[in-house]
Design a protein around this ligand. Structure first.
Ligand SMILES: Nc1nc2[nH]cc(C(=O)O)c2c(=O)[nH]1
Ligand code: SF4
Ligand SMILES: [Mg+2]
Length: 244
């Protein structure tokens, strides 16, 4: 089977090693693979080159339409595994876009890798492929709030959210732009009975100054509600750049 990946600045597949910048394994050296395509369209998405191709009229704050041919590359599972293997870290972060849209190929990929701890970054709207799920150490589930611009029915499916809440390997990470966004997190937390200790609040932002400003008030909100705080370490270290 094949996987459709995003491209890096050289036009090759976006497979790279970096420190995990967010969530549970922040600071840990990881190998990343970024898959193309997403079923949502967040106005502040920092990887719009995975989905906002020419002809897509859904709004994005940068207004850029990406050329599909330049920003997607198709690799076989074997080619993807070989490219992953050329990197040192044996913790693999599968991200996107929405990687679970390619679950069947990910099951083949995971079966062909040996000795990896696998984590997945997902928007929480797609059920994990049954066979792939057996290989996953943990999921970082990032449900999208109203400020993402997605229709609520697309972004917050109650059946899916209940399933993630019941999944002990799932950690939740909410992108927060304004203090009022946390009200939505509290409603989701209560409705699906998610322990606050499983929830990260992370500032929205693609620059250090914006992240710092938002972190300054997010810290208080985390302390008040028992949530965890996530930074975006890679943005401070490398800026908003592909392959980092
Ligand atoms: N270093 C680094 N950490 C990350 N954690 C989640 C990322 C993502 O784009 O999903 C990401 C990323 O793109 N880079
Ligand atoms: S769900 Fe993630 S990849 Fe998809 S549009 Fe939103 S931020 Fe971008
Ligand atoms: Mg990212």
């Amino acid at each position: 089977m094949n996987l459709i990946l995003a491209t890096d600045n050289s036009g090759g597949p976006e497979i790279f090693s970096s420190l995990q910048g967010e969530g549970l394994s922040a600071g840990v050296p990881c190998t990343f693979v970024r898959l193309s395509r997403c079923n949502l369209a967040c106005v502040w998405c920092d990887t719009a080159y995975t989905w906002r191709f020419e002809g897509d009229a859904r709004p994005h704050r940068d207004g850029i339409a990406f050329n599909r041919r330049v920003n997607q590359v198709t690799l076989s599972v074997a080619e993807t595994a070989a490219a992953i293997d050329r990197h040192t870290p044996r913790r693999l972060v599968i991200t996107g876009g929405e990687p679970l849209l390619q679950g069947a190929a990910l099951a083949e990929l995971a079966a062909s890798l040996r000795g990896y701890a696998i984590e997945v970054e997902t928007n929480g709207t797609v059920a994990p492929h049954r066979r792939f799920d057996g290989y996953v150490e943990h999921y970082t589930v990032s449900p999208k709030l109203a400020h993402s611009g997605n229709a609520r029915e697309l972004a917050l499916d109650p059946v899916r959210l209940s399933a993630w809440a019941a999944e002990p390997r799932a950690w939740f990470k909410f992108v927060i732009a304004r203090p009022a966004d946390v009200e939505e997190v509290l409603a989701i937390q209560a409705r699906f009975a998610i322990a606050p200790n499983r929830i990260y609040l992370m500032p929205e932002g693609t620059g250090s100054a914006a992240l710092r400003e938002r972190t300054s008030w997010l810290a208080d909100l985390c302390l008040r509600h028992g949530f965890r705080l996530s930074d975006r370490l890679h943005i401070h270290l490398y800026g908003d750049t592909r392959g980092t």
